[in-house]
Design a protein around this ligand. Structure first.
Ligand SMILES: [Zn+2]
Length: 500
């Protein structure tokens, strides 16, 4: 349940994170904690109400109030007891979240107790990210098919490692430890100002409450997001929990970093409010680009963009719609590209067009529909125009290609044998060298790997509310492989800046 609440394609927005601009010796590493919350063995049943009871068993089943233990880095445990005048035929735990559609249903085996009641206990390996809220109840089905559902319990994942204090504003509640009240109040003011700024820019009139947790060291931050952030990230916004978390080190005090970091993450929250829809989420580059643009502006990322251009490493916006690459250089470059593209959009089409674009996404528009509404041209046309503006030729995709036929094993024919790939002519320009068995194996293997990656990506896109943040990092790495394999040739040569 750490994935986002409203996007149909939740492959990456579970944790829009934010890296600092390049700096030396970051050395920050993500802990190995898994983000598996309600994993294997649980079925998500959409549109199943918590209290759906076709025939109530009122008076025959009596529940205690359910309880739970939800502590960061500890197992998540749900408990309840009930009495019934007949042994139940089925007992289920129903779990949902305030910001995630659908209910997770899992059958549990109750334990009969000596006093005639039944004990229900269910645990998961870990509780998820800090501030995750669980709403849970127990549903009992009796042999005659009647059902009864317990009262709903609530549990919020806490982080008891620190003595948290909180201060609240109109939209944001800031949680902190280890810093002064005055410092926290200043950060809250920065957060509220960012909400106001982004709301005006995005045309949003109503923004829901968001919690922001300030960690004063990196490892506790990574623990708190439970694997949901890139190793280079210092902040994260988790849509499913309406929670942002950021690292503000004591050494950051006095710099512009804390205010920028806080503004960046709450801008994601406002962006989500501007674009929320159940059909099609906007590209990640647009989300991150807006977060950078409205928190720090364009300039701080210029050097990384220039380096990316010089290296021929620019990834077209199409390649930054989903998860950003996970390697440090490409990860940072993605943010530089994203804010450059947003800056180009605003300089070219103006602020009203941005609001038109986001409003189109909020209606569930496709990328082309949204860009047509805002710019009178397709998303691809904008991508090409932005590339041109930075002097980069659109790359020519060259893959995937059909694998050339390899030599058949003894006794096998090259076609018509089950399990044998049909013989296909080698793609022009990629002749199979005579006797190059190894090459054929490599090419076939690559094709299969690509298919697997695409399958994984498609699966994750379909699995609303099931994407785990740890998986996102793997997918990001996979997609980086795809991008590298498909987008390198045709890019501007190193150092060239073609005229637009
Ligand atoms: Zn971000």
């Amino acid at each position: 349940m750490t994935a986002e609440a409203f996007h149909v394609r939740p492959s990456r927005r579970a944790a829009p994170w934010r890296p600092r601009p390049t700096r030396s010796g970051s050395g920050r590493r993500l802990g190995p904690g898994a983000a598996i919350l309600l994993g294997t063995g649980l079925a998500t049943v959409l549109a199943l109400g918590m209290s759906a009871s076709p025939a109530a068993a009122a008076g025959r089943v009596t529940f205690a109030v359910p309880s739970a233990t939800a502590v960061l880095l500890q197992p998540l445990v749900f408990r309840d007891t009930f009495t019934s005048d007949v042994p139940p035929s089925r007992v289920e735990l129903l779990v949902t979240s305030p910001f995630v559609p659908g209910t997770t249903v899992d059958e549990v085996t109750p334990t009969a107790r000596s006093n005639g009641s039944w004990q229900v206990t269910m645990s998961q390996p870990d509780a998820g990210s800090v501030n995750t809220v669980y709403l849970f109840s127990v549903r009992v089905t009796l042999p005659d098919g009647t059902t009864a559902t317990s009262p709903t319990g609530t549990a919020t994942v806490t982080d008891p490692r620190f003595a948290w204090q909180s201060v609240s504003g109109r939209t944001v509640t800031l949680h902190w430890y280890g810093y002064t009240q005055a410092q926290a109040q200043a950060w809250l003011n920065a957060a509220e100002s960012a909400v106001t700024r982004a709301s005006a820019a995005f045309g949003v009139t109503s923004v829901s409450h968001v919690d922001f947790f300030v960690y004063s060291a990196s490892q506790p931050f990574f623990d708190a997001v439970n694997g949901g952030a890139n190793a280079d990230a210092d902040g994260v916004y988790i849509l499913d929990t309406h929670t942002a978390l950021g690292t503000i080190l004591p050494s950051d005090l006095g710099s512009s970093w804390p205010d920028q970091e806080i503004a960046h993450e709450v801008t994601h929250h406002v962006f989500a409010a501007a674009t929320r829809n159940p059909y099609h989420e906007p590209p990640l580059w647009l989300d991150e680009g807006c977060a950078v643009y409205y928190s720090e502006g364009v300039g701080p990322r210029d050097a990384e963009l220039e380096q990316g251009i010089a290296d021929g490493a620019i990834i077209p916006l199409e390649g930054l719609a989903g998860a950003f690459p996970s390697t440090t250089d490409s990860f940072l470059l993605s943010y530089a590209e994203a804010v450059s593209a947003v800056d180009f959009f605003l300089r070219t089409h103006g602020s009203p067009a941005l609001r038109t674009l986001l409003a189109a996404y909020a209606r569930g528009s496709t990328d082309d529909e949204a860009f047509e509404a805002a710019t009178h041209a397709s998303a691809a046309a904008f991508d090409a125009a932005w590339l041109s503006s930075i002097g980069v030729r659109p790359p020519t995709p060259y893959g995937p290609r059909a694998a050339p036929a390899g030599p058949a094993p003894p006794g096998w024919s090259s076609s018509g044998v089950p399990g044998v790939m049909p013989s296909t002519p080698a793609a022009p320009g990629s002749p199979l060298p005579s006797g190059a068995t190894g090459s054929a194996v490599v090419l076939i293997g690559f094709g299969a790997g690509l298919a697997a990656i695409r399958q994984r990506r498609a699966t994750i896109r379909r699995s609303e509310a099931r994407v785990l943040a740890t998986g996102n990092r793997t997918i990001a790495a996979d997609l980086a492989v795809v991008a590298a394999a498909t987008a390198v040739p045709g890019q501007a040569s190193a150092g060239s800046r073609d005229a637009p």
